[in-house]
Design a protein around this ligand. Structure first.
Ligand code: SF4
Length: 153
């Protein structure tokens, strides 16, 4: 079973109300069983919503309680991000998922990169909260960028 970020298969759950439909992901999933997750929605945030970034750290630091996720208008959404990550992990475990394909750059789903906390569109190396929790629990996560690169080879 594969877990996939819902926005990557076309669900309009992105903060803007749109999606991140990705052909490389859809093609990879053809003929495979998968479930979708959207940790931010599951955590109780509405769509559309204010974008948020991890301030002063990355996903594992949020999980460890050492930094927070703050929205662009200054609201602390750490609780919602943590709740969404925990429920997404429960779902993944329920279906014995071994692989997750998650949206690069997201403060929840980012696998290799996240925004740097300045709300300037600048990314840094790091994982989002859900991707970090998956990794801590032995679920391998790759991003749509990883699949796109694989397709180009
Ligand atoms: S990146 Fe993750 S949290 Fe954000 S909209 Fe997509 S599935 Fe939801």
């Amino acid at each position: 079973m594969v877990v996939v970020s819902a926005c990557l298969v076309g669900e309009n759950c992105k903060y803007s109300g749109g999606n991140n439909r990705n052909e490389a992901v859809l093609s990879y999933l053809e003929g495979k069983e998968y479930i979708t997750i959207c940790p931010e929605c599951t955590g109780g945030l509405s769509t559309p919503r204010e974008p948020a970034e991890i301030i002063g750290g990355e996903g594992k630091d949020v999980i460890d309680g050492n930094c927070k996720v703050i929205s662009r208008v200054g609201v602390d959404v750490t609780k919602e991000y943590m709740k969404g990550a925990r429920i997404s992990l429960e779902e993944a475990k329920k279906y014995d998922a071994e692989l997750a394909i998650l949206k690069e750059g997201s403060p929840s789903c980012g696998v290799n990169k996240i925004h740097n906390g300045e709300f300037k569109g600048i990314k840094k190396v790091g994982k989002g909260v859900t991707a970090a929790l998956f990794e801590m629990n032995g679920i391998r996560a790759i991003s749509e960028k990883d699949l796109e690169q694989k397709r180009q080879k």
